[in-house]
Design a protein around this ligand. Structure first.
Ligand SMILES: [Zn+2]
Length: 121
């Protein structure tokens, strides 16, 4: 690897460090890594998403990707791509965080402490 390739790799790491990336797996990992959205299932058919809550509470958030479930989410991305989930994630237990994951970034919603369940949006 020449100097410029190493420099590019270093810059990629430096600027991509806070991005949330997609990983595919058959089962949710026992020790999930931070800033990873695990899409659980078989290639082409993922039925759940799992990731560590971005607030730092340490809880593993699990979301259904099955259309017939309510609530359910849409997630997309090839392994290593920037993660996106739709709609927002609004935790009704524990830390009650409310956030979006868009293009590899966590965007916090204004309503951080909801008094009601996740609205269907
Ligand atoms: Zn949390």
């Amino acid at each position: 690897m020449n100097f410029f390739e190493r420099l590019k790799q270093w810059l990629d790491r430096l600027f991509g460090r806070d991005l949330w990336l997609v990983e595919h797996c058959e089962d949710p990992p026992e020790v999930p890594r931070p800033r990873r959205v695990y899409l659980v299932g078989d290639p082409g058919l993922q039925w759940a998403a799992a990731f560590l809550c971005p607030c730092g509470c340490g809880e593993l958030v699990k979301l259904s990707l099955m259309r017939d479930d309510d609530p359910s989410w849409i997630a997309w991305g090839e392994p290593g791509a920037k993660a996106s989930l739709h709609p927002s994630i609004w935790r009704v237990r524990g830390c009650r965080s409310h956030f979006f994951i868009k293009e590899g970034k966590v965007v916090w919603a204004k309503e951080a402490r909801p008094d009601r369940r996740l609205p269907a949006n």
